[in-house]
Design a protein around this ligand. Structure first.
Ligand code: CP
Length: 447
């Protein structure tokens, strides 16, 4: 924390502020205890599948992990296949497990740490950290997926496969199928968009849905109507899908709790942009044939980027080695928890990269000065020919758009043969057709 501008007050004022904070801390502790109680009261599920883990003693079943005790505590340590090190938050707790085990054992409780990484990757990291607790790999089984600790790559692959079928439709003379005839898609956009809004509109039309575009600037929002009231009024007209973009993180999730139609997040604040994450994955798969093992460097305003957060899910989940690069002020340290490598040196990020995703500086979301000037930012974090020459010879350049030419990306690189920027836009239609189809479509939608 910067201390130079910190407020200095009298002892009396400090005590009053401390007491006010203490009251909040007590409330928080109370809420946490309530939550812990609710966790203990969660219903149980009978485990009938046999899960076999790779552990220090070889193959061990879930029953073996109880180690003769009546209860087993399983900690999911975020450490996926191919990661060089585990999540830093989990590692903080890892530093305390060796002391805790003995107390749990006294209470007839066994304790085990589980990760998706293969045991051969877990053991060197465990040794490096000097830990002794029991750590097993769920790599050979479905334990993480069945208990909702990890997304299944198959779920992402299913969307990608559907997008491939949709792309075939887009190659036909008549680029239209009747899959969503009679369905209505409403694009509810509370923030500017060129690509996403047009792409969802085109996707809906290609599937024969009725598509209605809503713009907040010409709506009753300008007269003071709330987001929920606006959305409820639109839902009263019986759409099947609302595609929502909003400057507030969580707005689509909020609406999904109140409305019964399907909601698609088309970008919410600095939180997520899931369809962009999927189209980035799709574009890379088309260009490179695979994602697993590729070095993907994302450079720019990481802090405010919803694209990064979704790319970490889509590309990271499919096994890419993710590198995030930007000025230290725009590079949240906790993002290392996802397994991504963080650096403020663009050369380190780009060196040997297969894919470079450049991001725009999001001045509209920045509440303070994160760097001295755009000129300096461009000099240190802009991609130009010299920096790009450090990447693999066949490296590709991507950008979710809109581009600020000459700031994050030089003009010639934006339009060069290795730029996939317009391919991303083209992929967007196929991917969004897949999403709309799977949400409101035909026989496959039940999956
Ligand atoms: N990539 C992206 O979300 O672009 P738009 O803001 O133009 O939709």
């Amino acid at each position: 924390m910067a201390t130079s501008k910190h407020k200095v007050v009298s002892q009396k004022e400090w005590l009053a502020a401390r007491k006010a904070l203490l009251a909040k801390e007590k409330k928080f502790t109370h809420l946490r205890e309530q939550l812990a109680q609710q966790r203990r009261q969660l219903p149980w599920v009978k485990v009938e599948k046999e899960y076999v883990f790779d552990g220090p003693k070889g193959r061990e079943t879930l029953s073996d992990l109880f180690d003769g005790k009546s209860q087993l505590v399983v900690y999911h340590f975020m450490f996926g296949p191919g990661w060089e090190e585990g999540c830093s938050h989990c590692s903080f707790w890892g530093d305390h497990y060796d002391g805790m085990g003995v107390h749990l054992n006294q209470r007839d409780v066994s304790f085990v740490v589980v990760s998706r990484a293969p045991l051969a990757e877990i053991l060197p990291f465990k040794k490096r950290m000097g830990w002794n607790f029991k750590w097993v790999s769920s790599f050979p089984n479905d334990f993480n997926y069945d208990f909702h600790a990890s997304f299944r790559p198959e779920e992402i692959e299913f969307v990608v496969d559907t997008a491939r079928s949709m792309e075939e439709v887009l190659t036909r003379d008549i680029k239209k199928v009747p899959a969503l005839r009679g369905k209505t898609v409403v694009n509810l956009f509370f923030e500017a968009s060129t690509r996403t809004r047009t792409s969802f509109e085109m996707a809906g039309k290609r599937l024969s849905a009725d598509v209605v575009n809503f713009s907040s600037a010409t709506s009753s929002i300008t007269k003071g109507e709330t987001l929920l009231d606006t959305a409820r009024n639109i839902e009263a007209m019986k759409p099947n899908i609302l595609v929502v973009r909003h400057p507030a993180s969580g707005a689509p999730h909020f609406l999904s709790r109140h409305l019964s139609c399907s909601i698609v997040n088309a970008g919410d604040g600095a939180n997520e942009h899931p369809s962009q994450g999927l189209l980035d994955l799709y574009t890379i798969l088309k260009a490179k044939g695979k994602v697993a093992g590729l070095k993907v460097a994302i450079v720019g305003d990481i802090l405010h980027s919803r694209v990064v957060r979704s790319d970490l899910h889509s590309l990271g989940r499919m096994g890419a080695k993710m590198w995030l690069c930007g000025p230290a002020t725009l590079l949240p340290r906790e993002m290392a928890r996802t397994g991504a490598t963080l650096t403020s040196d663009i050369r380190e990020a780009v060196r040997g990269a297969d894919v470079i995703i450049m991001l725009r500086i999001q001045l509209e979301r920045q509440k303070t000065a994160y760097f001295p000037s755009l000129r300096e930012y461009s000099r240190r974090y802009g991609l130009n020919r010299t920096v790009f020459s450090l990447a693999k010879d066949d490296a590709v350049i991507m950008h979710p758009g809109p581009i600020n030419r000459g700031v994050e990306l030089s003009d010639d690189l934006a339009d060069c043969g290795q730029s996939l920027i317009l391919d991303q836009v083209a992929s967007g239609v196929a991917v969004r057709m897949a999403l709309l189809y799977l949400l409101a479509g035909g026989s496959h939608a039940a999956h």
